[in-house]
Design a binder for this molecule. Structure first.
Ligand SMILES: [Zn+2]
Length: 246
């Protein structure tokens, strides 16, 4: 069984021991705050004055009340509180850090302070000083974005190949109609060779077709000739339609 990402983060955080006296106090306060039965426990403001103490407090909060999803699947980070007051306190504490936008949702009897989005969660790992987890999450993000862009490109190429095949099929139908009804000798200059080349290379792109001509032609020149062939085929179909209708 693989260890969840949340478990790895907690493992890393539990190895960070506060050293300074003020941080040790902040950690002890966090323990009281989240494990004490008394619901209205108030933390005096001077305990969380320093930034290092805020980080320590949030670290302890996550160890006691935190959960997060596996970043391979989704990005969700939360701290589960027993009272609205505690959830609000944590939200405000997190939001004191630059760019953070923690929110609260009620779930059953609990108040959940949560973060959404990989940016916020990466930053939160940074705030808690979980540097290994921070790097692991960044790697997951990079791998995901590489995978996505490869998928996008593959889908795009498949769509383009599909278009080429459909267009080629239509052109082949038109050219075969011309060949069967009037033959290529009747065609204006350049169109006969274009028709033959198209029939010979059904899978070639317009650019490639241009290269197969005795006097190579660019994509737009090829497109122009194929369109003229389609027009001729269209006229033949119209005439046949009229004949059939009589
Ligand atoms: Zn401190």
């Amino acid at each position: 069984m693989t260890v969840s990402f949340a478990a790895k983060v907690k493992e890393e955080l539990s190895n960070i021991k506060p050293r300074a006296g003020h941080c040790i106090t902040a950690a002890a306060e966090a323990h009281k705050y989240f494990t004490i039965i008394k619901k209205e426990y108030k933390i005096s403001e001077d305990i969380l004055e320093r930034r290092c103490c805020k980080r320590t407090f949030l670290r302890e909060a996550f160890l006691i009340a935190g959960a997060m999803s596996d970043p391979e699947k989704s990005y969700h980070f939360e701290l589960i509180c027993q009272t609205k007051l505690k959830a609000e306190f944590l939200r405000d504490l997190i939001n004191q850090f630059d760019g953070m936008d923690a929110k609260i949702v009620v779930r059953g009897k609990s108040y959940v302070t949560y973060l959404k989005g990989s940016d916020q969660i990466v930053d939160m790992l940074g705030i808690m000083e979980a540097s290994l987890s921070y790097m692991e999450l960044e790697n997951v993000r990079i791998m995901k974005s590489v995978r996505n862009s490869v998928n996008r490109r593959t889908n795009c190429e498949t769509a383009n190949i599909g278009k080429t095949v459909t267009a080629s099929k239509r052109q082949m139908d038109d050219i075969e109609l011309i060949r069967d009804r009037i033959g290529f000798r009747e065609l204006p200059d350049g169109l006969a060779e274009m028709a033959e080349v198209r029939l010979k290379y059904p899978e070639a792109s317009l650019t490639e077709l241009g290269q197969y001509l005795s006097t190579p032609l660019g994509k737009s020149g090829v497109n122009h000739r194929l369109r003229r062939l389609s027009e001729i085929a269209g006229q033949l179909r119209m005439k046949e339609g009229k004949v059939n209708a009589q």
